[in-house]
Design a protein around this ligand. Structure first.
Ligand SMILES: Cc1cc2nc3c(=O)[nH]c(=O)nc-3n(C[C@H](O)[C@H](O)[C@H](O)COP(=O)(O)O)c2cc1C
Length: 334
């Protein structure tokens, strides 16, 4: 055994199977499109492996599987943050098996100190929730936005705050167009219905308690779900949320996986700064509209992967309930 082999063995012993298992359990809190949780995992004695679960892809809503890969990217980032918070440094190999493109990543514990930027997000894993309520018209600290931009960049993505009034107006129009046109696309409405009306005790999907009732929230550009039961919070008038576009230089599977990792880093970082967040994918799910976002609203050469809304809740807004998750036993691949 070389000294390198010895130090790797020591890192694995220090991490231990229990730590790897615990990290995956924490990573299940990751956000996913319609809370489909389109992932499965293998946990070995020296590695964690992440796979896409194509049976959970939204065939009508997400025809090319982009949302699925972004969701899995978020789970991948979550597992690294969980390992770091549990004191374990790790390395990640993405798309390690050319024969199996659903094998998205292998994460291995390694000797050394975990990345402090990841450890710093550990406490946010269970605190982040998608908040669809209107946000208060309170400015967001530029320093907090800079941290998010930096986090996205470290994950290989570009985060662009949309503050220019013309670009913002164009983006809102495009988002509204997507909200109006997507219901006419084959399969979309039935998937929306399936994932917002799960059976009692379901461990996936979006509960009505996480969706505002139409009386609370009906900004055209944010419309997506049927009216829910999320009620009463102090009125804030027009939504004061900041919209940010997450984009990548490529548009292949690796880019989309990295976009998901970046999204996770941005959402957790915003949560750490006391901000509420909403990932918005609807307009990106329609290829013509996605192209309009790139060329008409944002004027960028990169590929937009997601819009993220961040903002302050009105003082006194009730905390959001957590959405359900499938237990570890249901997502472990044997
Ligand atoms: C790729 C992706 C796309 C999403 N798109 C939307 C969206 O368009 N609108 C929305 O309100 N929420 C969207 N979400 C948020 C999910 O609905 C949410 O993560 C899921 O219901 C789990 O709830 P949680 O985030 O509160 O844990 C998206 C999440 C991901 C990862």
């Amino acid at each position: 055994m070389t000294s390198d082999d010895h130090s790797v063995t020591t890192a694995i012993d220090a991490a231990g199977y229990g730590t790897l298992r615990h990290a995956v359990e924490l990573a299940l809190q990751a956000p996913s499109v319609h809370n489909t949780q389109p992932w499965c995992w293998q946990i070995g004695s020296d590695r964690i492996e992440l796979f896409a679960d194509r049976n959970r892809r939204l065939v009508g809503t997400d025809p090319d599987g982009r949302d699925m890969l972004i969701s899995c990217g978020a789970a991948l980032h979550h597992v690294r943050v969980a390992l770091a918070g549990l004191g374990t440094a790790s390395v990640t190999e993405r798309l390690p098996d050319p024969e199996n493109r659903d094998h998205l990543a292998t994460v291995r514990p390694v000797p050394g100190r975990p990345d402090p930027a990841d450890s710093a997000l550990f406490a946010q894993l269970g605190r982040r929730h998608t908040d669809r309520r209107p946000f208060a018209p309170v400015p967001i600290s530029p320093a907090a936005v800079r941290v998010m931009i930096d986090r996205a960049s470290r994950a290989g993505a570009l985060l662009l705050p949309v503050t220019d009034p013309t670009a913002l107006a164009r983006l809102r129009v495009v988002l509204s167009d997507a909200a109006a046109s997507q219901p006419h696309r084959p399969g979309y409405l039935s998937e929306l219905l399936i994932w917002t009306h799960r059976y009692a005790n379901a461990r996936d999907g979006i509960p009505a308690t996480s969706v505002p009732s139409r009386t609370v929230h009906d900004a055209e550009h944010l419309k997506r779900f049927p009216s829910g039961r999320l009620q009463a919070q102090p009125s804030v008038g027009q939504d004061g949320g900041l919209l940010l576009a997450l984009a990548t230089t490529g548009d292949d599977s690796l880019s989309r996986l990295c976009a998901g990792e970046a999204m996770s880093a941005v959402l957790l970082s915003a949560t750490r700064s006391g901000l509420a967040t909403t990932p918005l994918s609807q307009a990106l799910e329609i290829s013509e509209i996605r192209e309009r976002i790139r060329t008409v609203a944002l004027h960028i050469p990169e590929y937009p992967q997601l819009i993220i809304r961040i903002g302050h809740l009105a003082p006194g807004a009730a905390p959001l309930p957590a959405t359900p998750r499938r237990p570890l036993a249901s997502v472990l691949q044997r």
